[in-house]
Design a protein around this ligand. Structure first.
Ligand code: DGL
Length: 260
């Protein structure tokens, strides 16, 4: 079991930002990454559709003998993790917008959150927000269109800059000092955001926290790979174009097309 892979899935290529954090912290671990790009974006789908897609992805990873599943997607986590945990025995790690650290550290008492419609409308997101943001203004913004641009390889384009300026403007008008990235595609926006935001606005995401949590749960179940064998990092995507994912990952990994 210890030598089995960590399974990771996302609606598409964005969860590779989480893979990178996991791989940096746990270089000895084999991983299988599933990009469900054919059905992206999840953010505009209904809760039931998101649950069905999450079940499909989970079963693929279980069939491939994964020992733990990381849901590298805020939208899938906030809509489906409870059902997945109640249905399957395998441990799940989820990702949620980092509302708590932003709320604890804000000086201006205003924080911005950029996420998908599916995440912002979920009961889990509301529960976390209500718990930690008493007395703090939370400016929620749906990142309509951002995931599709990243999936299409149109990351550094005028269209992306236009959308981001539009989405940040109401947050800046409320004097936010923290911007929470509530979607695993968004860490790839970092260079553009740093250009658009005033210096005092800090950007946070949950990637490192997810990697640490994955390590801690593997330790708890005695599932860390202690065998000296070189790990495999496999990447599967269900659209023909593998180039976008390949370029986000960098040169060292090989992305395969697979129908699922
Ligand atoms: N990476 C997914 C997330 O973290 C994107 C969701 C989508 O496909 O809309 O929410």
């Amino acid at each position: 079991m210890q030598k089995n892979s960590i399974g990771i899935f996302d609606s598409g290529v964005g969860g590779t930002s989480i893979f990178k954090e996991i791989h940096a912290l746990l270089p000895n671990e084999s991983t299988i990454y599933l990009a469900d790009s054919k059905y992206a974006p999840y953010g505009s789908k209904t809760k039931n559709e998101i649950i069905d897609l999450s079940i499909k992805n989970t079963e693929f990873l279980i069939d491939n003998n994964c020992k733990i599943i990381v849901i590298a997607c805020n939208t899938a986590t906030t809509n489906a993790i409870d059902i997945l945990r109640n249905t399957y025995k395998i441990p799940f790690i989820g990702i949620e917008p980092a509302i708590k650290p932003a709320a604890l550290q804000t000086q201006t008492k205003a924080i911005g959150i950029l996420a998908t419609k599916g995440t912002l409308s979920s009961a889990l997101f509301h529960k976390t927000t209500d718990l930690y943001t008493n007395g703090i203004k939370v400016i929620e913004q749906v990142g309509e269109g951002i995931v599709q641009l990243i999936e299409n390889g149109d990351l550094h384009t005028p269209k992306m800059e236009f959308l981001l300026k539009k989405y940040l403007q109401p947050m800046l008008a409320e004097n936010i000092d923290y911007l929470v990235l509530g979607c695993t595609h968004y860490p790839y926006l970092m260079p553009i955001l740093l250009n658009l935001l005033p210096k005092h606005v800090k950007i946070i995401d949950s990637g490192l926290a997810v990697a640490k949590q994955t390590k801690s749960v593997l330790e708890q179940y005695n599932l860390l790979n202690s065998i000296g064998k070189k790990p495999n990092n496999d990447f599967y995507i269900n659209i023909k174009n593998t180039a976008v994912m390949q370029s986000l990952l960098g040169g060292n990994f090989n992305v395969k097309h697979l129908d699922f």
